[in-house]
Write a protein that binds this ligand. Structure first.
Ligand code: NAP
Length: 454
């Protein structure tokens, strides 16, 4: 049996070993899920709702526990990790309302009654990345369970601990055995088996665009439904007429949160040329004020990168100081620490502008006018998130409509609310998670005609 040794990214100590699920174990889990789903879907909607609320309550009681695991396994700051655990509870509570609201339609037709039913798909396979291990998992499993499905979940190899704990909490809360199973292991084994197994009816994949394309191709073999949440390289567009102080003060948190390991990171700041120098003057102290430190300290705002491999990938984008405008701080000593770094790229085709670095590195570029801002924001294969800073409401709306991206904030950098839809344009993804319609994405619409002709 193969294993992964888990390393604390803040100090490089070994925190444990995780055994990988084998192909046989995955197949057995899918059989268990298939059986559990039948009973789950047959429950009264109110009983499914109650079970999900009990699961939410169990998560609420384990917030400290879950947060501590994420601090040690992923290097997330404790304040952020506690928010993440609370978010899982909130997502479960939100979708606990769904079983009793899976409304079909009654459509007027000749000769009878025509109704639609939202039938569960069956078993849903969820594959998650390492950057937000528990929140992203919940965006899939909560609405999938609410819609009457069973779930098999593969956490990322480096960060399985919170997902495993959530699987235990589901059982402690009384969810049926086999309904929600967490299967740690390799993407190329466990993840691929979800894709190829005929009993798994839908895949929810969050991760890199490269692997997402493979998953989509694999799903096409069985015409399997798939939701993809992929990479991003989002723009933070700052106009001269904005509250420049606020835009600059908040910009570091729009990209350096979670050490930049955030698909919604605004990793390209675009500033109108007339205020470019002033913006940089304001940005520098804000970047230097970001509290980078031990994840367990309550006032830490940014922790380390997740692993040595990832640290090396990020560091390769900043081989020297040539294009560095300024940097924040980072602790010395062991751990995968990389300081917040602001670059002035040589050109718009520089790979620091085009690639998703997925670390605390941001580029700042100048634009001339509204059309130029939209053109530059759209000069990316990705389209996940972004911000627009302006006091002109008409411009805010024109630019928001002009940027091809799934989630935009005006005069704010917020990205994710469980009650609003989330997902990407272009190569950032396919389909939407969260929001009022997410549970429906885990159903098949069935149409039934009932003749009333005598
Ligand atoms: P990744 O390498 O694509 O891995 C994501 C998940 O897929 C992991 O669980 C991985 O397992 C698994 N996997 C790998 N190969 C697979 C295969 N052949 N078949 C099925 N599953 C496979 O991505 P990552 O490096 O963990 O995460 C970072 C990426 O996720 C970034 O691009 C980021 O933008 C994106 N992301 C997107 C969103 C969004 O909502 N749009 C949110 C967060 C992150 P292993 O761990 O075993 O490799």
């Amino acid at each position: 049996m193969t294993t992964t040794t888990l390393i604390n990214p803040a100090d490089e100590t070994v925190i444990g070993t995780i055994e990988h699920s084998t192909l046989e174990q995955v197949d057995e889990a899918i059989v268990r899920a298939t059986l559990a789903q039948i009973g789950w879907a047959a429950l009264a909607p109110a009983d499914r709702a109650a079970a999900l609320r009990r699961f939410a309550l169990a998560v609420d009681g384990a917030i400290d526990d879950l947060a501590a695991l994420e601090v040690t396994n992923s290097g997330h700051p404790i304040g952020q990790a506690r928010w993440e655990a609370g978010h899982v509870r909130d997502v479960l509570n939100y979708y606990a309302a769904a079983p009793e609201r899976m409304l079909g339609q009654q459509i007027p037709v000749a000769g009878g009654i025509n109704v639609t039913f939202l039938e569960p798909i069956g078993v849903v396979g969820i594959i998650v990345p390492w950057n937000f291990p528990m929140t992203i998992a919940s965006w899939g499993f909560a609405p999938a369970l609410a819609a009457g499905n069973a779930v098999v979940l593969k956490p990322a190899e480096w960060t399985p601990l919170t997902a495993i704990r959530l699987g235990e909490l589901a059982l402690e809360a009384g969810l049926p055995v086999g309904l929600f199973q967490v299967l740690p292991g390799r993407g190329s084994v466990v993840g691929e088996r979800f894709v190829t197994h005929p009993r798994v009816g839908k895949i929810v994949f969050t991760g890199s665009t490269e692997v997402g394309k493979r998953v989509m191709a694999g799903c096409s073999e069985q015409v399997k439904a798939v939701t993809l949440e992929l990479g991003g390289k989002s723009a933070n567009v700052v106009f001269a007429d904005s509250d420049l102080e606020k835009a600059a003060a908040t910009a570091p948190y729009s990209v350096f949160e979670n050490a930049g390991q955030d698909c919604c990171a605004r990793s390209r700041i675009l500033v109108q040329r007339s205020v470019f120098d002033r913006f940089l003057e304001l940005l520098e102290p804000a970047v230097k004020a970001v509290k980078v430190g031990q994840p367990g300290d309550a006032d830490t705002e940014m922790g380390p990168l997740v692993s040595r491999t990832h640290f090396e990938s990020v560091a390769a984008y900043v081989p020297d100081d040539e294009r560095v405008a300024f940097r924040g701080s980072a602790p010395a000593g062991p751990g995968f620490w990389f300081p917040p770094t602001v670059l002035l790229p040589a050109s718009a085709t520089d790979r620091t502008v085009t690639d998703e670095i997925f670390g605390p590195v941001v580029t700042v570029q100048a634009f001339d006018d509204e059309a130029d801002a939209i053109r530059m924001a759209n000069a990316s294969q990705y389209g996940l998130s972004g911000s627009v800073w302006t006091r002109d409401l008409g411009r805010a709306l024109r630019v928001s409509r002009g940027i091809a991206t799934g989630n935009l904030s005006v005069n704010s950098n917020s990205s994710v609310r469980y009650s609003t839809p989330f997902g990407g344009f272009k190569q950032s993804g396919l389909g939407r998670e969260l929001g009022p319609d997410a549970a429906e994405a885990f159903t098949e619409t069935k149409n039934v005609f009932i003749s009333t002709v005598d």
